[in-house]
Each structure stands twice: as C-alpha cells, then as structure tokens.
Design a binder for this molecule. Structure first.
Ligand SMILES: [Zn+2]
Ligand SMILES: [Zn+2]
Length: 286
C-alpha cells in the first residue's frame, strides 16, 4: 500500500456505472481505501462493496446531515428510498453490522452546524446533533472501534465553535474510560491550534483536496506534524486543483499528498510513508 485514501465514498451512486474502473485506477497507483457510510443504507452498501474488493475497508455510522429533515437530496449519495432523516442513532440496527471483518471504524458522524433547518431553534438543533454524536461515541467504545468524525461550523456557529463542542464530547467519552482506539477528524478545515488540541486527545486529522483551494487549510498544514496526519479524497466530492469541480476519485489522493509535500518542503514519499503508517495503525489494517 503506497497511499491510503482514508475517507472515500466509492460505494455511492456517483460511482454506480464505473466504480470498478475507478477502483482499478486507484490500485494501479498503489492506493487502498476506506469507503465510508453516512446512514444505515449506505453503511450496508459500503460493507457489500468492501466485501467484494481487496484493499477496500468500510465504516458504519450516521452523518449529522441525516439527523434532521433537509430540503435537498444529494443524488450522488442517495438513490435508495431509505427513510431519512434517522433522527436517532439506532444502535440495535447498527449492531447487526459492526462485527463484519471489513468494518474498521464507526463514522462518519459528528457535528455539522452549517445547515440549520428553516424555523428550527438553533440550540435545539445543536443539542440534537450532540446527542446523536454522543450515542455513536459510546457505540464505538462498546465495540472497541476508532471513530471517523465529521465536524463543520456554519452561519450560526463558527468552525471553532463546532470544534470546541466536538472536543468536549470526545473528552467526555475518554473521561468515561472510552474511546481507547481514538479516531480522526476527517476533512479537517480548522486551525493549527485546533489540530494541536485534537492531538492532545490522541486524535489524528485528515486532509482533503481543500488544501489546494486556498490559504487557510494550507497554512494549518504547514504547522501540523505529519505524524498527526492522514490523507483522503472524500470522493465524489472535493476534487483537488487542477480537477476542482469534477467528480473526485481515490486516485486523486496522490494530488493531496503532493500538495502537503510541497507545503511542508518534504518528499512525496515521506508524506506517503507516514500517512499510510498512520492509517494502518488507526484502522488496524492488514
Ligand atoms: Zn464528512
Ligand atoms: Zn464523507
């Protein structure tokens, strides 16, 4: 494994037509990947995809974007008529999936304060999100899995506010004696200081193609040690420059690694070696 795309959605409908060809391109470039669930139906389909393909592992969990009603459907993600929103993390249902040998983490779950439903009280909204995140932190502890965290601020709370809340929840669970295997903050867009505070909790951060978009993540990446870092595409979303706006795919994780190497002034192979070792260790891959 030369590179590991630590967060992809290769089992989403965006890849229905050519997913295996996309996977082949990744393999030709020495890239393995974790394909990430976002609700019950995509957790089930992620397992099926990982089961059929070597070098692919998966996660199960409920994304904060599926906790409330929302007035859009992401056709790259949802083609099945699974009831959405799920509102609560139904542990009994996810328990039927968690012991599958390809399931390497719980997630993606967390806090997304960027889309408050019309007319909903912001504090109630945020508390609902924290509750569903808490349920999944406890679930990860119970099954001794690492966690894949999605954390994003919004108009009503800056990103640091969301990170403050997320760190509080993680610290609470660690204080309870949980989260032995820790986890990762995926698609990290916080500051170097945010990253350092996650490091204190034993958490990694993972960098997407956003590092090629502009200044703020790039500045943070210069400061964050490689030893705390993984890389990801979050495909089909977030294609790095020069492919921005096109459908993303795991092969492009090499562009993320190159961008980090350039920013830090280190060799591509060094970024590959350290981020791959971090992913193998966190997810227990072999
Ligand atoms: Zn996410
Ligand atoms: Zn994702």
């Amino acid at each position: 494994m030369k590179l590991i795309d630590s967060h992809a959605h290769l089992h989403f409908p965006a890849f229905d037509i050519d997913g295996l060809a996309v996977l082949q391109r990744a393999r030709e470039n020495g890239i393995s990947l974790i394909t990430v669930g976002t609700k019950f139906s995509t957790s089930v389909s992620g397992i099926a995809f990982a089961e059929q393909n070597d070098g692919v592992w998966c996660t199960i969990g409920l994304h904060p974007g599926h906790v409330h009603d929302h007035n859009f459907v992401d056709e790259h993600e949802e083609s099945v008529s699974e009831p959405t929103p799920e509102r609560e993390f139904d542990a009994a249902r996810y328990e039927t999936l968690v012991n599958h040998p390809k399931v390497v983490a719980i997630g993606e779950f967390g806090l997304d304060y960027s889309r408050v439903p019309d007319g909903m009280n912001v504090e109630v909204f945020k508390e609902d999100q924290r509750n569903v995140a808490r349920q999944q932190l406890q679930f990860a502890t119970k099954y001794n899995k690492p966690v894949v965290i999605h954390c994003r601020g919004g108009a009503t709370a800056d990103v640091t506010g969301a990170h403050d809340d997320m760190r509080m929840l993680i610290a609470e669970e660690i204080h309870r004696g949980g989260l032995e295997r820790k986890g990762v903050i995926h698609c990290f867009t916080g500051t170097a200081n945010d990253a350092a505070q996650y490091a204190d909790l034993g958490f990694l951060i993972s960098i997407t193609g956003i590092v090629t978009f502009g200044k703020s993540v790039a500045e943070a990446v210069k400061m964050i040690p490689l030893e705390q870092m993984m890389i990801e595409t979050d495909c089909p979303y977030l294609s790095p420059v020069p492919l921005r706006g096109k459908r993303n795919e795991p092969a492009n994780v090499a562009l993320v690694a190159q961008a980090i190497a350039d920013l830090k002034g280190v060799a591509f192979d060094e970024v590959a070696r350290v981020t791959t070792a971090n992913a193998i260790r966190l997810f227990g891959l072999h």
